[in-house]
Design a protein around this ligand. Structure first.
Ligand code: SIN
Length: 517
């Protein structure tokens, strides 16, 4: 077996030699297989055509687990973005005039195609983003669920009749698509953060220019290819990638773009918000979090450990809703720290294609350096590393799943989003103190509480300044519920029936002179 594997892999690049050979070999053949697949695209999509950068510049897409170059994609900028905006603007007229049922059918077909290509899309996500294949396949289902949900919602964009104040008038409210949407999406969910925006936008009759992360554009391009195959007309969905500031500036400057939707860092979100002022665009922002996960003395220990583990280590800690501070009441602190550390120790780290792996690499070297600097800061201020706390022996950007005890509010680990596999434990005495620690941040996306006391549950969830609250549950995202934050975590909601409102304008109409003969 081993000999056969080696023979097939004789062209293995030197950087893969560090890895377990059969696994490195498998990755290479998966990459080669994907490149021959009907959904593999490595150019931008403008007006239904696959296009390179006007000056021919490209940028590499790497596998974070191996450093291997998967593909070169165009390094686009203002010019290509303006072309994409024009094509979306031209397509708006006809797409917005299609019936809701016609748009719904296209979206449903897109959903079916995504699901029938689940395996390839999952592999693409693992290849360019690094998350374990099982989790990547979960993202494909999660991502597709937004298309299915909004295919259905397309048919439910109702207006209102308002009882008139004068007998000869009739008043009503129409809901109409906002127009061309610029959607800027992150690398941590290469599919789901696109479908969560594009699904409702298209359902409402908007057309879209998507800018995926330069780190993970291949999944976006594959999804766009499937959109074309589903019969979504050319120009309705466009994809450009490359020079992020230039693409962002072009989207902001264009009076034809009527809305910006963004998932990513709070710093970039603030810039986009300021930039959108120039043309007074609608904007929705899903920004960083600093999620508290409060474990009360009366919690069920097993439920709390399982929930905190899921909330912290999903995608190796690289989600905006990951538990960033695990705040544990003093009566259960020692028991929780021990059981939690044991569970964390069992998390298998490795390349996402290997059997049993649940923690992949971090996205890049900068992400690892950020984690290292946070750990350094915590140790220098008196925190204690219970587990991990260093780079993984696999090298590359693998980091050991880490538990840090005695974390205090002033440490970086408690103040900012670590976006990595590090679980900081903070101790508290009273319910009031827990709420105070939890709300002591500018962020307000997700929060988690673990308790068996019903009255406490209500008191605490009402007091938490967050957009999402999980009670005795660590994974709470779903297409049917509104996702979004308060404070510096953003504006607007995605998913659910509320997600449609972000792409609709209200038009009030007053019909006068109704009694004229
Ligand atoms: C995110 O990290 O931005 C999204 C996470 C989710 O949808 O659960």
């Amino acid at each position: 077996m081993r000999v056969a594997g080696l023979a097939r892999c004789k062209n293995l690049p030197s950087h893969l030699l560090r890895m377990h050979l059969p696994s490195a070999c498998r990755q290479m053949s998966i990459a080669a297989g994907l490149k021959n697949s009907s959904i593999f695209r490595s150019q931008g999509l403008i007006g239904g055509k696959w296009i390179g950068a006007h000056d021919g510049k490209t940028i590499q897409v790497n596998n974070p687990a191996t450093g291997e170059i998967i593909a070169d994609v165009p390094f686009m900028g203002r010019r290509e973005t303006n072309d994409a905006i024009s094509s979306a603007y031209n397509a708006f007229n006809s797409w917005s005039k299609q019936t809701a049922a016609e748009r719904s059918k296209c979206l449903r077909k897109w959903y079916d195609l995504i699901m029938s290509h689940k395996e390839e899309l999952g592999q693409l996500i693992t290849l360019e983003q690094g998350k374990p294949l099982k989790e990547a396949l979960g993202e494909v289902s999660y991502g597709a669920s937004f298309i299915e949900f909004f295919a259905e919602e397309a048919k439910r964009v109702y207006g209102d009749i308002i009882p008139a104040t004068l007998a000869d008038r009739r008043l009503f409210v129409l809901k109409q698509p906002v127009g061309v949407v610029g959607a800027i999406t992150p690398w941590n969910f290469p599919l789901a953060m696109i479908t969560r925006k594009v699904g409702p936008a298209l359902a409402c009759g908007c057309t879209v220019v998507v800018k995926p992360s330069e780190l993970t554009p291949l999944t976006a391009l594959a999804a766009a290819e499937l959109a074309l195959q589903a019969g979504i007309p050319p120009g309705v969905l466009n994809v450009v990638m490359g020079n992020a500031p230039d693409i962002g500036d072009a989207l902001l400057a264009s009076p034809q773009v009527r809305k910006i939707t963004f998932t990513g860092s709070t710093a970039v979100g603030k810039k986009l918000m300021a930039g959108a002022a120039g043309t007074v665009k609608r904007i929705s922002l899903e920004l960083g979090g600093n999620a508290p996960c409060i474990v009360f003395d009366d919690a069920d220990l097993d439920v709390a450990v399982k929930g905190a583990l899921a909330a912290k280590f999903r995608n190796s800690g690289q989600t905006c809703v990951c538990a960033n501070r695990i705040i544990v009441q003093e009566g259960i602190y020692e028991k929780f720290a021990e059981a939690f550390s044991k569970a964390v120790q069992n998390l298998l780290v490795g390349d996402g294609f290997s059997e049993g792996v649940v923690q992949g690499p971090l996205i890049n070297e900068a992400a690892v350096q950020k984690v290292e600097s946070f750990i350094q800061d915590a140790i220098s201020k008196g925190a204690k590393v219970l587990l991990g706390g260093k780079r993984h022996s696999l090298g590359m950007t693998f980091y050991e799943p880490t538990v840090v005890a005695d974390v205090k509010s002033e440490m970086l680990l408690a103040r900012e989003e670590v976006f990595g596999p590090v679980a900081p434990l903070l101790r508290f005495k009273t319910e009031e103190e827990a709420i105070c620690i939890a709300n002591d941040t500018n962020a307000g996306l997700a929060a988690y509480i673990f308790t068996n006391n019903v009255q406490r549950t209500w008191r605490v969830l009402e007091a938490l300044e967050y957009g999402l609250v999980g009670v005795n549950e660590g994974i709470i995202s779903t297409e049917v519920a509104p996702f979004g934050g308060v404070k510096h975590s953003g504006l607007g909601r995605e998913g659910s029936k509320y997600g449609m409102d972000e792409y609709l304008e209200l038009k009030y109409v007053c019909l006068g002179d109704m009694n004229r003969k």
